[in-house]
Design a protein around this ligand. Structure first.
Ligand code: ATP
Ligand code: MG
Length: 425
C-alpha cells in the first residue's frame, strides 16, 4: 500500500527546511527588536471559540473548518487562524492583569482550512502573526504594519503594496449595515444562496463574496469610509499620518473587509503582484471587541497573520537567494577502520565541528563522492601508516590541495577553524 499526504497538505523536506529556518530567524530577530515575545497555543480548541471569535457568518467557519467530535463527544476544531487561540490563552491565564500593552507573536502556527488547493492555497498552511492587546492607539496599528513590512524588507521581498481600510466600530457600523441592506435589497434575489443567508445577519459579508455576479453587484455598494463616526475617522487619519511619518506608501482600498468577523476600525493587507491572484502575503487589522467576546475584559487589540508558504513563494518568484548553511566541515576517511573514523568524528563534533564519516564503510571512491555531496570543506585522511606516525593528511576540497600534518595539531586547527557553536558555554 502506498501512502500519500492528504490533499492540500505538504511536507517540508530537508533540502528546503533551511529556507523556512532563515525566514523564521528573521521574524524572531525583528520581533525581539519590537519587544514582542512568543506565544504558542494548542492546535485544537473548542469549536465554540471559533464560532464566537472568528464569526459564524464567515466563510472560514461556515465552509472551511476541520471540525469533529473527540472521543468524549466534544466538538473540537483545528485552528483555522491564529488569533482566537491567543486571545483565549490571554484571558484564561490572566495576562490582562499584567502591564499593557501585551505584545505577542506566533511563528509557524499550523492553520487548517478546507479550501480548494491551488498554488499558494493549501489546506494546512503556516502563519507568522502578532497580536498587540491593550492599546487603542492608531500608532499601534502603524507599528504592526511596519513590523510586517520590516520582515518582508529584511527578506528582500520587493514590489509590495499596503492596502488599508477602516470598517468602523459598533457605533457607526449599524448605519452602514442599514445602507448596505438598502443597496442590496433590490438585487438580493439574483445573488447566491450564501449572500441571501447573510443579508440579514451580516450584510458586510456580501462585500466579500467570491461569486462573479455577486462581486459585480457589490462593486456599486456604499463605502464604509463614508459612514465612519468621528472617533473612527480620527483613528483612520492618525494611522495615515503615522504611515506617512514612516514614509510607508499605502493605498486606501475600500473593498477590503477581511474574512473574519472580529475586525473593527483598521483592516489592512500587504499584497505582492509576483505570484498572481494568491498575492496577499499578510492580512490583519484591529479587533477592539474580540477579547470581550471571548469572555475577557473590554480591551482593544490589533494584529496580523502572514502566510509562510505564500511568503516563500513570493521570495522564490523574486529569486531571493538564501544560502544553505554548510552541512559538513570535515569528512573523515580512515581507509577501512570504521571505529577509528567514528572516534575522530565524535572528537570533532564534541568541539562543535560539523564532522562526518561513512558508517557504511564504502570504497574510497564512494566515500569521496559522498563527502562532495555533503559539501565537505576538508577531508581528513588517516591511513594505517599515518596512524602509526600520528600524522594525517588534510585535503581542501575547493582546490584539492593536500598536506600532511601532525595529528594533534591538525585536530586542534580544525576545531579552532570550524567551531559552529561552543558546547561548553
Ligand atoms: P485569502 O484572501 O488569500 O483567502 P485570507 O483573508 O483568508 O486570505 P487570512 O485569514 O488573513 O487570509 O490569513 C493570513 C495570511 O495567511 C494570508 O494573507 C495568506 O498569506 C495566508 N493564507 C490564508 N489562507 C491560506 C491558504 N489556504 N494557504 C496558504 N496560505 C494562506
Ligand atoms: Mg481565505
Amino acid at each position: 500500500m502506498k501512502f500519500n499526504a492528504l490533499k492540500g497538505f505538504k511536507d517540508v523536506l530537508p533540502d528546503d527546511s533551511f529556507r523556512w529556518q532563515y525566514v523564521e530567524q528573521t521574524m524572531r530577530d525583528l520581533c525581539a527588536v519590537y519587544g514582542i515575545r512568543e506565544i504558542r497555543t494548542p492546535v485544537l480548541e473548542h469549536t465554540e471559540l471559533f464560532l464566537r471569535g472568528v464569526g459564524d457568518t464567515t466563510d472560514i467557519v461556515q465552509k472551511e473548518t476541520y471540525t469533529f467530535d473527540d472521543r468524549g463527544e466534544r466538538s473540537i476544531t483545528l485552528k483555522p487562524e491564529g488569533t482566537a487561540g491567543v486571545v483565549r490563552a490571554f484571558v484564561e491565564n490572566g495576562l490582562a492583569n499584567g502591564p499593557q500593552p501585551t505584545k505577542m507573536f506566533y511563528l509557524n502556527c499550523p492553520v487548517f482550512r478546507y479550501e480548494r488547493p491551488q498554488a499558494g492555497r493549501l489546506r494546512e498552511h503556516h502563519q507568522f502573526g502578532i497580536e498587540i492587546f491593550g492599546s487603542q492607539s492608531a500608532y499601534t496599528d502603524a507599528e504592526a504594519i511596519s513590523l510586517a513590512l520590516s520582515v518582508l524588507h529584511a527578506l528582500k521581498v520587493e514590489d509590495l503594496i499596503v492596502h488599508i481600510n477602516s470598517i468602523g466600530c459598533a457605533e457607526c457600523r449599524p448605519q452602514y449595515h442599514a445602507a448596505l441592506k438598502a443597496y442590496f435589497a433590490p438585487h438580493i434575489d439574483e445573488m447566491c444562496q450564501t449572500c441571501k443567508e447573510r443579508f440579514d445577519r451580516n450584510p458586510l459579508r456580501l462585500l466579500d463574496c467570491k461569486v462573479d455576479h455577486c462581486k459585480e453587484i457589490a462593486k456599486g455598494a456604499p463605502k464604509m469610509l463614508d459612514y465612519l463616526c468621528d472617533d473612527c475617522k480620527t483613528h483612520f487619519e492618525t494611522l495615515q499620518c503615522a504611515l506617512q511619518a514612516l514614509q510607508i506608501p499605502y493605498e486606501i482600498d475600500p473593498t477590503i473587509v477581511r474574512g473574519l468577523d472580529y475586525y473593527t476600525k483598521t483592516v489592512f493587507e500587504i499584497i505582492s503582484n509576483h505570484i498572481g491572484s494568491q498575492g496577499t502575503v499578510c492580512g490583519g487589522g484591529r479587533y477592539d471587541k474580540l477579547i470581550e467576546t471571548i469572555g475577557g475584559p473590554s480591551m482593544p487589540g490589533v494584529g496580523f497573520g502572514m502566510g509562510m508558504e505564500r511568503l516563500l513563494l513570493v521570495m522564490q518568484a523574486q529569486n531571493v537567494e538564501i544560502e544553505e548553511p554548510s552541512r559538513c566541515d570535515v569528512f573523515i576517511h580512515t581507509f577501512g577502520d570504521i571505529e577509528r573514523a567514528f572516534v575522530l568524528c565524535m572528537q570533532l563534533r564534541k568541539a562543535g565541528v560539523k564532522a562526518e564519516f561513512d558508517p557504511l564503510n564504502r570504497s574510497t571512491k564512494a566515500q569521496m563522492r559522498y563527502a562532495e555531496k555533503l559539501g565537505a570543506t576538508i577531508v581528513l585522511f588517516e591511513g594505517e601508516e599515518e596512524r602509526k606516525n600520528r600524522k594525517v593528511n588534510l585535503r581542501r576540497m575547493s582546490d584539492g590541495e593536500q598536506k600532511e600534518y601532525d595529528l594533534a595539531m591538525a585536530m586542534e586547527a580544525l576545531e579552532a577553524t570550524f567551531v559552529a557553536f561552543n558546547l561548553s558555554k
